[in-house]
Design a protein around this ligand. Structure first.
Ligand SMILES: [Zn+2]
Length: 243
């Protein structure tokens, strides 16, 4: 269990709950107290998640570029409708639910603004792919593999700082290796397929999908790359509008 998840009530309270109802009659506030504690911590997680999301959408150039690109593709993203802060199992950070076109943000596992930025960007790339191409997320594992490669490549999941943080610095072609590893891991997290199947799918589409840099036009290795990509995207649009 991750440290950020709701803390279970202390042992004494648990013991009181497990006793017969005498305990409740004698201490009518016991149960209420533990509920309000739980509700309070859930509220805090939820609030923090929504505040961080707002910050990402307002200030992060990766997210802003993707939102702009989706708007132009006819898939306007609305904060209230397309994002949902929820508690998730294990150490999952987020997900894209193609049935509802909703991005799930795991409020119990996202604790820092930089993590929120990356998760929102990663999931927005899936949403962008879902919008522009009719991705067959469930039947075609290659489609999923392609979007996971793009998400890992373009979201900053594999930028140098993240890699240094993971003590993988110094590996030649570390970016490609990181993208491939993460894509495989992402597939295995959401589909019941063998490791071999996931690896095969990723390797088959790797070159094509790694080189598909839409809508960034480059691999954004840091925030200023992303800012430049965002500016270029806006100019590209202006140029097209003048034709
Ligand atoms: Zn993904």
């Amino acid at each position: 269990m991750e440290a950020g998840e709701p803390v279970p009530p202390p042992a004494e309270e648990k013991a009181a709950e497990e006793e017969d109802d005498f305990g409740y009659r004698l201490f009518p506030d016991r149960n209420k107290k533990s509920q309000s504690f739980l509700a309070r911590s859930l509220f805090t997680f939820h609030n923090r998640c929504q505040l961080m999301l707002r910050m990402t959408l307002d200030t992060n150039p990766y997210a802003q570029l993707l939102l702009e690109a989706m708007k132009q593709s006819g898939c306007t993203v609305f904060n209230d409708r397309h994002f949902s802060c929820e508690n998730c199992d294990g150490c999952v950070s987020g997900g894209f639910d193609s049935a509802t076109s909703q991005i799930v943000l795991c409020q119990n596992n996202i604790r820092h603004q930089s993590h929120m930025n990356r998760v929102v960007t990663h999931e927005l790339i899936h949403a962008f792919d879902h919008c522009r191409a009719h991705v067959d997320w469930f039947k075609n594992v290659k489609h999923l593999a392609c979007s996971e490669i793009r998400a890992a490549n373009l979201s900053g999941d594999c930028t140098l700082m993240n890699e240094i943080a993971r003590f993988k610095f110094g590996l030649k072609q570390h970016h490609q290796t990181c993208v491939r590893d993460r894509a495989i891991r992402s597939i295995l997290a959401v589909r019941k397929v063998s490791k071999e199947t996931a690896e095969k799918a990723v390797d088959e589409v790797f070159d094509a999908c790694f080189n598909d840099l839409e809508p960034f036009g480059r691999i954004p290795h840091n925030k200023s790359d992303a800012k430049r990509a965002y500016k270029d995207f806006q100019n590209r649009d202006r140029y097209n509008a003048n034709l």
